[in-house]
Structures are given as structure tokens and as C-alpha cells.
Design a protein around this ligand. Sequence first.
Ligand code: PLP
Length: 235
Amino acid sequence: MTDGQQRRHDELAANLAAVRRRITAACAAAGRDPAEVTLVAVTKTWPADDVRLLAGLGVLDVGENRDQEAAPKAAACTGLGLRWHFVGRLQTNKARSVARYAHAVHSVDSARLVEALQRGAELAGRRLGALVQVSLDGSTARGGALPEDVPALAALVEAAPLLDLRGVMAVAPLGADPVAAYARLATVAGAVRAAHPAARWLSAGMSGDLEAAVAAGATHVRVGTALLGHRPALG
Ligand SMILES: *Cc1c(COP(=O)(O)O)cnc(C)c1O
């Protein structure tokens, strides 16, 4: 390693230890086993070198929100045993590309997208995990399906031959109380799980609110800033 790489390695290792301590403490407070919570490192805007360093530190679940950035990064990191989580808004014309490398798409919010991902999985000849994204702010403008539309969408995913319904995902609304928002999400997740017992994932929590998400039952926290640092303004 160069000195620069060594410094970045040490910085990521320290950040990772701090994030793991937060997850462990949140689990202890909630009476949960930390082994139930997967840390997804959201590496958007950060280079493939950072993904490799994190992999070396044992972080194999990686999140990205734009296909234009994720596809080349995933290609540059093949052979590391990574699982790529697509967590951003996804247009149907990008579904085919995402289906080639994603382990799971967390942001499924329309019947058209279910169809496009199924088709993409067929073309790629592989199965694909899928989570229904729930909007918690009463609007679909920022992505996500309204809670009342989630059961039907989950059933559509379940019926798609190459999609594996994993559960639900949400982003806490800006400025909202995350405890209340994630409590609503937990209710939606419970309904999906009742209808589809294998759909056990609850993807919630970011750098600022992972404790509230863990308290509400999150199985996947998506952490960017607390691990990698502040992104440049565009991101
Ligand atoms: C960027 C992003 C995250 C990570 O956010 P941080 O606040 O940097 O931890 C999580 N989820 C989604 C959907 C994101 O786009």
C-alpha cells in the first residue's frame, strides 16, 4: 500500500469500528442480536479503491444508488465476493443493467419496475433479490410505494419467477421523527412478512438514524457518511 492508501485504510477501519459499536449498542438497547443486522456500506461517489479496502475489513455488502456509477464499480471489484445492493431510484430502462450485478434491489416501487427487473434477470440468467420500497411521507414523489399499495406490489414480486421477495425498505422522510416513521414501516413490514414468511428483510437506517431503525427491527442498515466521510455536494 502507498502511504495514502494506508491512511485511508486506517480511517475506514476506525469509522467501521465506530459504526459497529453503534449497531451493537442499538441492538443491546433493543434486546436484539447484532448478528441479525447487516451493515450495507453505501459507497456512492467513493472510488472502487474504497470498496476494496472495506472488503478487506470484512464489509462485503455494498450499496449504490446510480447504475451509471455502480455498474463499472461492480465490474472493477469482481472476485471479492461482494453483494451489491441497489438502493436508489431505478428507471425501468436501467433495470437490465442492474440485474446483471445486483444481489438485491431495495427500491422496487412499481409494477413496471417488477416487470423490467424480471426481464433483466431473464436476460442475465440469474435470480435477483427485491425489496418493496415504502414511502413514509404520504407521497410517491421521492420514490417508494404508498403503504396501502405495498401488499399488491409484494405479491407481484413474489409471483415473478426470477425475483426473490426479501422484504421492505424505506428512507425516513426529511425532517420527520425517525422513531415514528420507522414504527410505521415496521407495521408495513409485519404485514408483508405475514403474507410472505421468507420476506424477512427490513432495510432502514442511515448514518444519522440507524439507532431508531435498529429499534424498529431493521435487518439491513445502509450507512454511507459515517463510514466513508462526507460526500462532495453532488451525490
Ligand atoms: C446515500 C444513501 C444512504 C446512506 O446515507 P448516509 O446518510 O450517507 O449514511 C442510505 N440509503 C440510501 C437510499 C441512500 O441513497
